[in-house]
Design a protein around this ligand. Structure first.
Ligand SMILES: Cc1ncc(C[n+]2csc(CCOP(=O)(O)OP(=O)(O)O)c2C)c(N)n1
Length: 369
């Protein structure tokens, strides 16, 4: 409901329209996420990973289920724990492994770490590290969609900690006022680094913040991949139809530390084990596939085996890749001269060139600010 938060509806019509094959695909992407992260842990312990390693253990359903609701033309901005969303959007295990190992032919040629890379063709953009800052960035991206009259939606992932930053507030407020086609997914996994949620917000639940911004708000069970898909698909459809911003809170739990080096000494005894035993997204997805789609244990085992084979092959390729050459550091530092490139708007509403018009660009009077 607009301007109101609402508790998660039970899995609704959007998820009910998914085919058996699509549900198996959701399982495949979740399995790919978990197994690829496990492989990265092994490489990390062999000191082959450069920098930190960030896991999404126990919250794989969020990244996969939410991103599955997007079309290829839509743009998604992940956080460090949303590798699954990048996989769904078309990032390959080879790219991710090379990037984590800072190889010379990795997407950023060894300059950035983990999943800090993007590809607008496939619809994901590289995150910037300051928490919350991707919200105003995605407000800008979706404003461009709106000004160009494009049928495209943006989705930005933020953690519970990120919602307490100024950038989050400014970004969602601006997007709300401009009625931009933006879906803000707040992954509430209980902790921001070592800070439990109740120590960084006085709000009873993050979805309540939707009221203050005048946007739609819904909360869903983040460990149920169908519920995640369902709530996100509704928000994406609403954005595409001109209904503006939605804030979705996904209730989940971070079973690993902030990064691989974090011992989680601040976590109360038994909490992690309880979530693992009672609320693992895989167990729940496998039970759903068995009970609703008649999927056999053999079918599940076949997917698991396929994922392992794909990751083995990707690891061989990534490990064999060379490190960066020192002189590579000079490549791509400066852009090509922009003289040939038309601007996407004309200040003061000046006439568009034929080329701009053909591409569907518009005029935008910026005034004299
Ligand atoms: C503005 C800012 N402050 C601090 C940090 C350091 N930092 C990186 S991740 C993180 C915790 C993130 O927590 P949350 O937003 O809840 O996401 P989660 O890691 O739980 O997925 C912190 C404090 C940062 N990157 N940016």
């Amino acid at each position: 409901m607009k301007g109101k938060s609402s508790k998660a509806a039970a899995v609704g019509s959007a998820a009910a329209q998914l085919t058996r094959a699509q549900k198996l695909e959701l399982y495949y992407w979740m399995r790919m996420t978990r197994t690829l992260e496990e492989r990265l842990v092994a490489l990390y312990r062999q000191t082959k990973v450069v920098g930190g390693l960030f896991r999404s253990l126990g919250q794989e359903a969020d990244a996969v289920g939410a991103c599955y609701a997007l079309e290829r033309r839509d743009i998604m901005s992940p956080l460090i724990r949303n590798m699954g969303a990048m996989l769904v959007k078309g990032a390959t295990p080879v790219e991710i492994l090379k990037q984590y190992m800072a190889k010379g032919d990795s997407p950023t040629r060894g300059r950035e770490l983990n999943i800090h890379f993007g590809d607008t063709e496939r619809g994901f953009i590289g995150q910037i590290s300051p928490l919350g800052d991707m919200v105003p960035v995605m407000a800008g991206v979706t404003m461009t969609f709106k000004m160009r009259g494009q049928d495209r939606v943006g989705l930005v992932f933020v953690g519970d900690g990120a919602t307490s930053t100024g950038a989050f507030h400014e970004g969602i407020n601006f997007a709300a006022v401009q009625k931009l086609p933006l879906v803000v997914v707040v992954e509430n996994n209980g902790y921001a680094y070592s800070t439990p949620t109740h120590k960084q917000t006085a709000a009873a639940q993050f979805v309540d913040k939707a009221i203050g911004y005048g946007v739609y708000g819904e909360q869903a069970d983040g460990n149920d991949v169908l519920a995640v898909y369902d709530v996100t698909k509704r928000a994406v459809d609403r954005a595409r139809a001109g209904g503006g911003v939605s804030l979705i809170e996904l209730m989940t739990y971070r079973r690993k530390g902030h990064a691989e080096h974090d011992s989680q000494s601040y976590v109360p005894e038994g909490e992690i084990e309880r979530w693992a035993a009672e609320n693992d997204p895989f167990d729940r997805c496998a039970a759903m596939l068995r009970d609703r789609e008649g999927v056999s244990p053999d079918e599940i085992a076949a997917i698991d085996a396929r994922v392992h084979q794909e990751i083995d092959a990707a690891t061989d390729i990534a490990e064999a890749s060379p490190p960066p050459e020192a002189l590579d550091a000079l490549i791509g530092v400066y852009g090509e001269p922009a003289a040939e490139k038309p601007l996407w708007f004309r200040e003061g509403g000046a006439a568009l060139t034929e080329h701009e018009r053909a591409q569907g660009w518009g005029t935008y009077d910026t005034g004299h600010v």
